[in-house]
Design a protein around this ligand. Structure first.
Ligand code: HEM
Length: 517
């Protein structure tokens, strides 16, 4: 009997029994409306594999900004209103701070990967440890290391034909230094493997909002049947890879002379009694997040290629404030509002997480006559919200100035509430220093081959790199980075040559935290 028929028979029997044998429950509020689904499987097969946010946007026009989808018995609530995000989700941290637990992620994460943990004591404990190393004050202390990595990046781009590789090395190296006390002057295969596993996790996380790849996700009984070998094997392989990597890095970091997160966690009172492997995972899941800023600079480059006038405006501001005789520094940030506006617009125009990052409810909550049950998955259709003409007027236009004209424009680029992005202060610093310096030193535009422009397929660039993914990673693309003038070239080379490259010395400046707290 095909697997799906078996699911139908078993689920049908369960439904019959629950309807007729059990005592009737008191009348409940209804779930938010949603598209009618097929018997038993619900909407499981209705959303397209490619860019499901487009279909959700279409459905929400009909069913409303609070919409229910059913995958088998699992409930997903899709929010397509910034008012609901801020009025309901962000105000009720006690309900909306958990994560769904797709079976593959559960198997990979071993119940220790902070970003996937359900709300509870363990996640809160990890969060409190993380807070100590990712606060705004700590982010400032990492600026010396951030600056060094950006100088290597600028210098490498003078001769490299692969800007993505240079960006990836720079972002990963930054996090290796602060987490484990060691730079990555040259990219190693470990980074590419990390990128592959993150892409795999992105693909399997798809099960949080639309899952047809692994049916056992929604019909747990299938876990017991043959046919589950492949995903389990792959999950176990990834999980062993992570465990080995995180433990190795953690142990090596403890032996280094200067401060790093591993040493901080190892000696913090709050972490006493935690198993070594859990501490290693607690740091490791942040190391993995280093790939986010790398992806975002690629996205900024894509916007620069498509929108040369806006790029030129940003460069004019950089030149006016900084001049051409020195590189931008942190002190310039307040006088360069177009840099962060360009970044914010890039994330709006082509959202990096089009369905935000899924959350799960830990208890039932009611809202405007509807019931959102416990254990529901909650997603925000960020793609649709960022294209809402009622909020953005001309959503298809790439116009960084809109963020300066109206600084109160809504966004969820770092998530919301207690579970919002903990790395945002370090991430914002990374984006500022790299964008300001890159556009100070380089012009970014279309690549040319044999004197002919290499066109980019706009539609393809709007689609994610992989067919199914939870992240909207920009596909590989070609662009030209040309140094702006001889003075830039001289300065870039000179700054890199004279930079302090000893990470132990740079980290010595960070060490001011009291390890006993
Ligand atoms: C540079 C731009 C970045 C953006 C736009 C970004 C965005 C996000 C978003 C949207 C989430 C989901 C939050 C939610 O569920 O509401 C998230 C989670 C997370 N981010 Fe970031 N992030 C960035 C950089 C970083 C950096 C640099 C780090 C590490 C230092 C980091 C570490 C994390 C972690 C650990 C989580 C999971 C939090 C949890 O579930 O407890 N992020 N990020």
């Amino acid at each position: 009997m095909p697997l799906l028929s078996l699911v139908c028979v078993i689920s049908g029997a369960a439904l019959f029994l629950s309807r007729f044998l059990f005592i009737r429950r008191p009348k409940q509020l209804p779930l938010p409306p949603g598209p009618p689904g097929a018997p038993l499987v619900g909407n499981l097969f209705q959303a397209p594999k490619r860019n499901p946010w487009e279909k959700y946007a279409e459905w929400s026009k009909k069913y409303g900004p609070l919409m229910t989808l059913k995958n088998g018995n699992a409930i997903t609530i899709v929010v397509t209103s910034y008012d609901i995000v801020f009025d309901l989700l962000a105000k009720n941290n006690h309900v909306f701070s958990s994560r769904p637990q797709p079976i593959v992620i559960e198997r990979i994460g071993l119940g220790m990967t902070t970003s996937f943990l359900p709300d509870g004591d363990k996640w809160r404990h990890h969060r409190s440890l993380r807070r100590a190393v990712l606060s705004p004050a700590m982010a400032k202390k990492y600026r010396g290391v951030q600056s060094l990595e950006s100088l290597q990046l600028l210098n490498e781009l003078r001769s490299s034909a692969d800007f993505s590789q240079c960006l990836r090395r720079s972002a990963v190296s930054l996090f290796l230094v602060i987490a484990y006390g060691k730079r990555l002057p040259v990219e190693t295969p470990e980074v590419l493997e990390m990128e592959d596993t993150v892409a795999h996790i992105g693909a399997v996380s798809e099960a949080c909002f639309r899952g047809t790849e692994i049916l056992a996700e929604f019909f747990p009984i299938l876990k017991l049947l043959p046919g589950n070998g492949a995903w389990k094997k792959k999950a176990d392989r990834i999980s062993s890879w992570y465990t080995e990597l995180y433990l190795k890095r953690f142990r090596e970091a403890l032996k280094l002379p200067s401060w790093n997160w591993a040493k901080q966690y190892d000696t913090t009172k709050n972490a006493k009694g935690m198993a070594e492997i859990e501490l290693a995972y607690c740091i490791g899941s942040v190391y993995e997040a280093a790939l986010t800023p790398y992806e975002l600079v690629r996205l900024v480059f894509l916007c620069a290629v498509f929108h040369p006038e806006e790029t030129a405006k940003m460069q004019r501001q950089i030149d006016e404030v900084v001049g051409r005789n020195r590189l931008p520094t942190w002190e310039d940030a307040d006088k360069l509002p177009l840099v962060s506006a360009f970044y914010r617009e890039a994330l709006r125009w082509r959202p990096w997480t089009p369905l935000a990052t899924p959350r799960a409810t830990t208890e039932e909550i009611t809202y405007k006559g509807y019931r959102i049950p416990k254990d529901a998955t909650v997603i925000i259709n960020q793609w649709a919200l960022d294209r809402d003409p009622a909020i953005f007027g001309d959503p298809e236009a790439f116009r960084p100035q809109r963020w300066l004209d109206n600084p109160d424009l809504p966004h969820v680029r770092y998530g919301y509430g207690h579970r919002g992005c903990p790395g945002q202060h370090v991430g914002k610093d990374y984006m500022f220093i790299n964008m300001a310096r890159l556009f100070w030193a380089y012009n970014v535009g279309y690549a040319y081959e044999g004197g002919k422009k290499v066109d980019l397929d706009f539609e393809a660039m709007m689609d994610p790199r992989n067919e199914i993914s939870f992240f909207n990673q920009v596909p590989d693309f070609r662009a030209s980075l040309t140094i702006r003038d001889a003075q830039s070239e001289r300065l870039v080379e000179q700054e890199w040559l004279t930079a302090e490259k000893d990470e132990q010395k740079l980290l010595a400046e960070v060490e001011v935290l009291d390890f006993t707290k």
